[in-house]
Design a binder for this molecule. Structure first.
Ligand SMILES: [Zn+2]
Length: 163
């Protein structure tokens, strides 16, 4: 039985509480965005109850991401937190949950909503000025380094074109 599977028969008698950690693998979480990687396990604390033909899932979800700031390219941790997550899982109709016998797996519902909460453009801070204003070489952003290298790069490109 998976950590987020619940028994429908048991839910007829009582609500089910689920709490623990789930790895990114168990969550089947893949990010195609190279600026975002899943850092830690998902932390969840959920209460599942059956209301007529629906399951109502309420609780909290939290997941740490290793992100790269899109402006300054600094590494940072971004916490996706859904402290009052709520999800209704229908047991009948066209959207009904997939069942394995008596069991319904809540994993896809958790996964879909946590992915929706990922940052589209991760920023280390709201007003990040970006890479041009940072000090990559100990405070000497201009002068001998930096842009003066550019002409030689372009002349090398020109040489390549002539070949
Ligand atoms: Zn930044």
């Amino acid at each position: 039985m998976k950590p987020l599977q619940v028994s429908l028969e048991r839910l007829l008698r009582e609500e089910i509480r689920l709490a623990g950690h789930l790895t990114a693998e168990a969550l089947e979480l893949e990010t195609r965005d190279e600026l975002i990687r899943v850092a830690g396990p998902l932390t969840y604390a959920l209460r599942v109850s059956r209301v007529s033909d629906d399951l109502v899932v309420e609780g909290s979800l939290a997941l740490d991401l290793d992100c790269t700031c899109v402006r300054c390219l600094r590494a940072m941790t971004y916490r996706v937190s859904l402290p009052t997550w709520r999800c209704v899982v229908p047991l009948t109709g066209p959207e009904q949950a997939v069942r394995e016998g008596d069991l319904v797996d809540l994993t896809p519902y958790v996964r879909d909503d946590i992915v929706l909460a990922f940052p589209l453009h991760p920023l280390c801070e709201p007003g990040c000025p970006g890479v041009l204003y940072s000090e990559p070489n100990g405070g000497h952003a201009s002068g001998a380094g930096g842009w003066s290298n550019s002409p030689s790069v372009w002349s090398k490109l020109d040489e390549l074109k002539l070949d």
